[in-house]
Design a protein around this ligand. Structure first.
Ligand SMILES: *Cc1c(COP(=O)(O)O)cnc(C)c1O
Length: 395
């Protein structure tokens, strides 16, 4: 089925990109194949020359993966996409295909741990310098610019403290010096924030999170304009092989069908839980992008259409109190994943951010009492009751 431009997200996510076989199946078919056969030797030659459309090898492209990419394009409003085996494969490809030795990257310091490693540790090994800044103030981005700055990279809202960066302002700065902006849009989801419309050049996702949304498989996707993908990503992709498996692409396609319903429900629950937590005496601070007391509330209003499915909270009494609260929860599970149907809580200082120095953690606002809660699809009242009983018994 071809995509009509005027489809609203919920329609595009059910029908976008669908390729039906001769059997006319209702659901998307899973093409678990490595290769493709040709009617004739001439047909093989024509396909390799690019004179005839068609698939060649699943490292390059596969029909089920293709459906996932096209459906993501319809949702994001992007010209083209490449799906990857994980979110980190997407981030690494997007960054490495945007720079070369001698170039300079400016990135917000509040990054997902592995993204920070790619920028801070991996890139310099190949002669790509990086400067990390406090991304919440555009002046810091401006100050970090060098004559060889070619790329800006940010995540918003950030993990785990839900800091928000002004995507439009960073995009304008990038354009003014001929650099490009990559946005890791995992926390906002493609529904609540549209980085390409805000001026970003490339958007990346870990599809592992809300896009799967049911804790099953890893995946990622890179979206951008067709020219950039053809000229910069296409060959890297073919020859280095970060490709998504068709099985995982199929799982993610089915995830996309229910994404809007899930994210809406999770955001509604998260908003109510954030408001409840903000009133509890044992909680020192709640950071939630839907609340008026969010540190960047004005930017949230400008660039996000809804709050978040995640909440950051600081428990009074440090690590001991934070551990006691986690252990007292009954429905909410202790896990470092996010975006799942199951509500999950994690203590960043001892898990996702344990490799940072105490100083770097403090810079990011991650204290010994900080917890990150990813709100799932359970009944909101049950979740509120679980949090309330855990606060009471953890005292
Ligand atoms: C999870 C995550 C990633 C990495 O994704 P994987 O699928 O685990 O490789 C990158 N960025 C953000 C913001 C994430 O939450």
């Amino acid at each position: 089925m071809t995509n009509k431009r005027n489809w609203k997200p919920q329609t595009a996510l059910v029908h976008g990109g669908t390729l039906r076989s001769q059997f006319g199946e209702t659901s998307e078919a899973m093409y678990l194949t490595q290769g493709y056969v040709y009617e004739t030797a001439q047909a093989a030659e024509a396909r390799f020359k690019g004179e005839e459309p068609g698939f060649i090898y699943s490292r390059y492209a596969n029909p089920t993966v293709d459906m996932f990419e096209k459906r993501m394009c319809a949702l994001e409003g992007a010209e083209d996409a490449r799906a990857t085996a994980s979110g980190m494969a997407a981030v690494t490809a997007a960054l490495l295909c945007s720079v070369k030795a001698g170039d300079h990257i400016v990135a917000a310091r509040a990054l997902f741990g592995s993204c920070r490693w790619v920028v801070e540790t991996l890139a310099p090994r190949y002669g790509i310098e990086a400067t990390l800044v406090d991304g919440t103030d555009i002046a810091n981005w401006e100050k970090a610019v060098k004559p060889n700055t070619k790329l800006f990279f940010l995540e918003s809202p950030t993990n785990p403290t839900l800091e928000v960066v002004d995507i439009g302002a960073v995009a304008a700065l990038a354009n003014s010096i001929g650099a490009r902006l990559v946005v890791d849009n995992v926390f906002a989801t493609p529904l609540q924030q549209k980085p390409l419309q805000l001026g970003a050049h490339i958007v990346v996702y870990s599809a592992t999170k809300h896009i799967d949304g049911q804790g099953r498989c890893l995946g990622g996707v890179i979206l951008s304009d067709k020219k950039w993908i053809d000229e910069n990503l296409h060959d890297y992709f073919r020859h280095t092989g970060p490709s998504l498996s068709p099985f995982n692409a199929w799982t993610l396609l089915k995830g996309l069908e229910t994404l809007p319903v899930r994210v809406r429900q999770q955001t509604e629950s998260a908003g109510r839980i954030a408001d409840f937590l903000a009133e509890q005496p044992q909680i020192a601070r709640v950071i939630y992008p839907g609340r008026a007391d969010h540190p960047q509330a004005a930017i949230v209003k400008k660039q996000m259409s809804a709050g978040s499915t995640l909440i950051c909270l600081d428990v009074k009494g440090g690590k001991q109190a934070a551990f006691a609260l986690q252990n007292a929860l009954d429905i909410v599970l202790i896990s470092n994943n996010l975006g799942d149907a199951k509500s999950l809580i994690t203590h960043p200082a001892t898990t996702t951010h344990k490799n940072l120095s105490d100083e770097a953690r403090a810079e990011l606002g991650i204290g010994p009492g900080t917890l990150r809660l990813s709100v799932g699809l359970e009944d909101t009242d049950d979740l509120l009751e679980d949090v309330a009983q855990a606060l009471k018994s953890a005292k």
